[in-house]
Design a protein around this ligand. Structure first.
Ligand code: AMP
Length: 115
């Protein structure tokens, strides 16, 4: 699958409001925020979506995305009041960018079920 705009953000070829970075993970603010805090947490390696995840290495990577989400939620002061993590996979879920990403949403009361 062709690379996405997120690969350019990883390589710092286009700007993004980066809030977290380590060896395997990058996180930046969503350009069209759906909540006061809306951050995308992505692996630096190109994986199109959740359905391509398998095996121990990917499980570890997913754990690293969650570790990053927890660290960012604390920094954004939404860890105690609550937040939502969303992984859209495929057309029916509304996935637009085919580079695996976890949405971290918070800072407002969320509804359930989601739209
Ligand atoms: P999804 O629908 O799960 O694929 O989400 C893709 C998200 O990427 C959307 O919320 C977009 O607003 C966001 N997005 C697309 N391009 C950029 C960008 N250049 N910088 C930050 N967020 C982006």
């Amino acid at each position: 699958m062709a690379e996405t705009i997120f690969s350019k953000i990883i390589r710092k070829e286009i700007p993004a409001d980066i809030v977290f970075e380590n060896e395997h993970v990058l996180a930046f603010r969503d350009i069209k925020p759906q909540a006061p805090v809306h951050i995308l947490i992505i692996p630096k390696v190109e994986i199109p979506s959740v359905k391509e995840l398998s095996g121990a290495e990917h499980s570890k990577l997913l754990g690293e995305l969650i570790d990053a989400a927890n660290a960012i939620a604390k920094k954004e002061k939404i860890s105690e009041i609550g937040f939502r993590l969303v992984l859209n996979c495929g057309p029916d879920a509304g996935q637009e960018v085919y580079h695996l990403h976890m949405h971290l949403l918070g800072g407002r009361k969320m509804k359930w079920p989601p739209g």
